[in-house]
Write a protein that binds this ligand. Structure first.
Ligand code: ATP
Ligand code: MG
Length: 232
């Protein structure tokens, strides 16, 4: 049963400190099922901290985060682990392991995998990571990949578990505009084909406008803009 108005993420009065320093200041927003929420803001404005806090990796000093019905701020460790299995994450600078083949990097989150797991192959071909014949594909190493492929591999790895939610920090960092636009197409396709709710952090306004249903702009930990793309 798909309820398209279902609220998947709700953040209420959320504040976080590092030591004495206020990093996130009373944030309020929600994201519905199947939406792409884009978070923008200058370097140091708190974007990655917000993602980490939403995953329960930072404890807020005020307010709460609810994701898929779990109160992340109050959840016990085992509840957090269960929730995190529903969330695919590609962190900023989340590198591939240089000593693992491309396919082993992508299927790393799977506990057990055969050399050519069908779902992994499907996702990799969706991400256009399968242009080689299968044996080459199997032995291709990260050092042989273009910048765009590295990002697509990070995206593929984040979704091999078929998560309900995807968090992606700076997908287009370091990519030229054409390759960045291609990556946006992949993100849009994931939303459609895999019915995912997605949170993307980016510096690129062009990219934000291409993919966002909702846009939030942080400035020194405060939300200065927030709303659907039609509203803002
Ligand atoms: P960027 O665009 O450069 O990735 P950001 O918006 O993701 O920046 P954050 O990484 O969330 O910013 O950092 C917000 C602020 O918190 C920065 O001033 C940063 O220096 C500080 N900060 C981040 N992580 C820590 C930490 N573990 N301990 C102390 N301060 C931190
Ligand atoms: Mg960051």
């Amino acid at each position: 049963l798909v309820d398209n108005n279902e609220t998947v993420i709700s953040v209420n009065q959320l504040s976080t400190h590092y030591g004495e320093r206020l990093i996130l200041d009373q944030l309020d927003f929600s994201v519905r099922r199947g939406e792409i929420m884009v978070i923008m803001g200058a370097s140091g404005s708190g974007k990655s901290t917000l993602l980490r806090t939403m995953l329960g990796l930072n404890r807020p000093t005020n307010g709460e985060v609810n994701i898929l019905g779990t109160n992340v701020s109050k959840a016990k460790q085992n509840e957090l682990y269960r929730l995190r299995r529903q969330i695919g994450v590609a962190f900023q600078g989340g590198a591939l392991f240089g000593n693992l083949s491309l396919i082993d990097n992508v299927q790393l989150p799977l506990k057990e995998h055969t050399n050519l797991d069908e779902n992994t192959i499907r996702i990799m071909s969706r991400m256009k990571l399968d242009m080689m014949n299968l044996s080459g594909f199997d032995s291709l190493m990260p050092s042989e990949l273009s910048g765009g492929m590295v990002k697509r591999a990070a995206l593929a790895r984040a979704v091999v578990m078929d998560p309900h939610l995807l968090f992606f920090d700076e997908p287009s960092a370091g990519l030229d505009p054409v390759v960045a636009a291609e990556l946006d197409e992949h993100i849009l396709e994931l939303k459609k084909a895999m019915d995912m709710t997605i949170v993307v952090v980016t510096h690129e306004l062009d990219s934000a406008l291409r993919i966002a249903d909702r846009l939030t702009v942080l400035d020194q930990g405060k939300m200065v803009i927030c709303g659907t793309v039609d509203e803002v």
